[in-house]
Design a protein around this ligand. Sequence first.
Ligand code: RIB
Ligand code: CA
Length: 305
Amino acid sequence: MPRRIILDCDPGHDDAMAILLAHGSPEVELVAITTVAGNQTLDKTSRNAQRVATVAGIRDVPVAAGCDRPLLRELVTAADVHGTSGLDGHQWEDPTVPLAPTHAVDLIVELAMAGDVTLVPVGPLTNLAMALRREPRLADRVQEVVLMGGSFTRGNRTPAAEFNILVDPEAAAIVFEAGWPLTMVGLDLTHQALATPEVVARIRGLGTPLARTVVDLLEFYGARTPAGLAGAPVHDPCAVARVVRPELVECLPAFVAVETHGRWTSGMTVVDFRAERPNAQVATRLDVDGFWDLMVGAIERIGGG
Ligand code: RIB
Ligand code: CA
């Protein structure tokens, strides 16, 4: 039976890849796409989710908008990485996939309380934190949370903090403290998933309109690759890959706490691999070839575009 997942995202170039990997993998059933403010403002991340769903032919999956700002803090976006639209680099047609009338938080609660749902948040954790406050029993009903965020070494937005956690540290603390089965796919793992020129050429070689769209996105995103990396790290599909084929993403148990008060370290995930009472599985090693076979295979399987 395919694992039923809700992808909570802030598209975002790598979020777009995560949507395609989820939709193009028969091992998972994408039951909802929910959006949150992060890489760009909520109106833009939501429209981008509609755009990706449209080009991928995702017709029967609700796309619902969620929170437009963090729980306490002012919103910080990442236009320097994802552009003014949040998904720059491609000429988008108007999306034909509508936004659902339901708020993402209500949709997450409704679907997750029905059972057998894995939550895959790949943006700031505001929606999940609000869902937990809306329905505290969620922590006992959700099969697992597999999130892209955090790091057990250094951050990417500050020396200490990864972007998704930094945007809403209070929400992240609520999610890590909820007691549900949780896997953290952080930068230590995602910096192994690099869209090198060889990877981009492989995707271009598929020759479909969707492949060309993905190449447009990766070429824009790749032009902003952090120094020292051989290609742009596609963070978010790594979390989906952990659900699709867990063996591709090795993890170790750890206790993870989120710093919410540090003057220099706010948003840091403090990871203790020696903890006696771990609260998370933390991703450490990626089967890189296996990951790209999965990602390219999903784009090929969707075709069209
Ligand atoms: O730090 C990387 C994360 O922040 C990714 O999810 C990216 O899409 C941005 O949201
Ligand atoms: Ca994201």
